[in-house]
Design a protein around this ligand. Sequence first.
Ligand code: MG
Length: 356
Amino acid sequence: MKITDIRLDQCILRKEDPNWRFALGANPTTEGVIVSIHSDEGLTGYGYGSATAHMGATRDGITNTIEKLTPIIKEHDPAAMSAIRTAIGNAVSGNNQAKAAIDNALFDLAAKTKKVPLHELFGGALRTEFPVLRILAIKQPEEMAEQAQKLFDEGYRYFKIKVHGEVDLDIARVAAIRKHLGENANLTVDANQAYSPKDAITAINGMAEYRLDLVEQPVAIDDYEGMKLVTNAVPVTVEADESAGSIEQVSTLVENQIVDAISLKVPKLGGLWNTLAAAKICKSGNVKYRFGAHVGSRLLNAPAMHLASTLPDIWYASEFGEFERLLDDPFEGIDVKNGVIELPDTIGASVSPIST
Ligand SMILES: [Mg+2]
């Protein structure tokens, strides 16, 4: 089999709420790059490069990297994924989001060539349904509680409360949401690095009164010492997200028992293969893992779900439904119903371009 063409299309999705904000910024759109790899058998594999500036990946950066790698990829049979992975790794270091887009497109193409669902390339699905955790953007406590109630009424039971580093106001956010939703809601918090270690400990201990299952990335990305201090001082599971930005960083976090849990994301880890390895590293060190937010097209979420479906140890709800708050998605095939997303047993990554 030969690759006949590699095509890149820019993907800019509007947010339903243009004022959506988290501790590291605000943007009315979510951006990415769609990679289409065409084979001489008439099949096309699709991948999505997730532009996440706070993880060092801009849309132009992803585009330029994939353009540089295109001639190298084209030299190979697309089924030779190990050879391609090695060649592009030797050609460009880092740039995991661009590499993940290529990896996902190659996996989609490989599954389509074999006429199997993508999960079969990882040993087959153990589950086909995932409860979805939804993210609440930073707003005043009552506004966040109202948004949470709206999602609760749609069937969601898992929520992530974005906070901003103001201890009292952040505790008030958690309190308001717990009061509105009652005991049947499962609450988590994501600080996106907003706290000093001491403020994180004060805030999390204050929030724990309202029953929190998880606190994500309380302190700065490279403050491993501070992160470990927080992990050892609070009664809530502490999870690394930004700090777990590569498979090497996942290894360091696990080896040194810096956190209780790790948020796996296919883009930051550089593809499905590395994400599988990261999950195994977590398991081997008794660190919990789940899949964090894949914010972007359904094309970004579907391959991650295929891999997740084969992993027996995901400890908590994952975040595969953020496309529900984005407009203009050019892909279809998966949707959230009653707070649960189902993985269709269709060939490839289970999503396809909406025909226009
Ligand atoms: Mg996060």
